[in-house]
Design a protein around this ligand. Structure first.
Ligand code: IMP
Ligand code: MG
Length: 188
C-alpha cells in the first residue's frame, strides 16, 4: 500500500501542533480526550510532544454504525469519561475527521458538561467529505478523498500498527512485511 504520509512527516507535524497548543493554553490543566481506538498513537505522540506541566489523559469510546469504510453518523458512546470536565480546558483528540458526524456529535455531548473551553485536534482532515460542519481548531494534514490506514487507523480492525499512513488497497495488503523474518523464511 502506498505511503501517503511518512512517519517522519507525522512526527514533524505533531511537534508543530504541540508548539501551537502550548502557546494557546499557557497555564492550568489541559484535558486531552482521545477517541478510541483510532487516535491512540496520535495521542501518545502528541502528549509526549507537549512541554507543559499539566496534561491529563482521558479516553472515550464511540461506536458508529456503518461498514468498514464509512460511518453512518449514528453515534453511540460506548465508554464515557471517568471524570468531570466542568470548568476545564478540553481538547478532543481525533485521528481523522471525515463526514464530521462523529466529532460534531461529541462536541455537542461534551459542551453540555460545561468545560471552560472545548476544541478539537485531528491528525487528518478529509474536508471534501464533510456532511456536518464542525470546528476543528488544529489539523495535522488535509488529505484527499481516499481511505487511509495505519498510525492508529484501521480497515476492519487491521493495519492500526503501521508507523506511517497508507492509502488502503484491498489487492495489496502488504501483510507479508509484518511477518517476522523467521516466519518469512519458513519453507513450505
Ligand atoms: P466521520 O464521523 O465520518 O467524520 O468519521 C470519523 C471516523 O471514521 C474516524 O474517527 C475513523 O474512525 C473513521 N474513518 C473515516 N475515514 C477513515 C479512513 O480513511 N480510514 C480509517 N478510518 C476512517
Ligand atoms: Mg475506525
Amino acid at each position: 500500500m502506498r505511503v501517503l504520509i511518512s512517519s517522519e512527516d507525522i512526527q514533524r507535524r505533531i511537534a508543530e501542533l504541540a508548539r501551537q497548543i502550548e502557546a494557546d493554553y499557557p497555564d492550568g490543566p489541559l484535558y486531552l480526550i482521545a477517541i478510541l481506538k483510532g487516535s491512540f498513537m496520535f495521542l501518545a505522540d502528541l502528549a509526549r510532544a507537549l512541554k507543559r506541566p499539566s496534561v491529563r489523559i482521558e479516553f472515550m469510546g464511540i461506536s458508529s454504525y456503518g461498514d468498514a469504510q464509512t460511518s453512518s453518523g449514528q453515534v453511540k458512546v460506548t465508554k464515557d469519561l471517568d471524570v468531570s470536565i466542568e470548568g476545564h480546558n478540553v481538547l478532543i483528540v481525533e485521528d481523522i475527521v471525515d463526514t464530521g458526524l462523529t466529532l460534531s456529535y461529541l462536541m455537542r455531548v461534551l459542551a453540555q458538561r460545561r468545560p471552560k473551553s472545548l476544541e478539537a485536534v485531528a491528525l487528518l482532515d478529509k474536508a471534501e467529505r464533510r456532511l456536518q460542519p464542525v470546528r476543528v481548531k488544529y489539523v495535522g494534514f488535509q488529505i484527499p478523498n481516499e481511505f487511509v490506514v495505519g498510525y492508529g487507523l484501521d480497515y476492519a480492525e487491521d493495519y492500526r500498527n503501521f508507523r506511517d499512513i497508507r492509502i488502503f488497497s484491498e489487492n495489496d495488503t502488504c501483510l507479508e512485511e509484518q511477518k517476522p523474518l523467521a516466519e518469512k523464511q519458513k519453507i513450505h
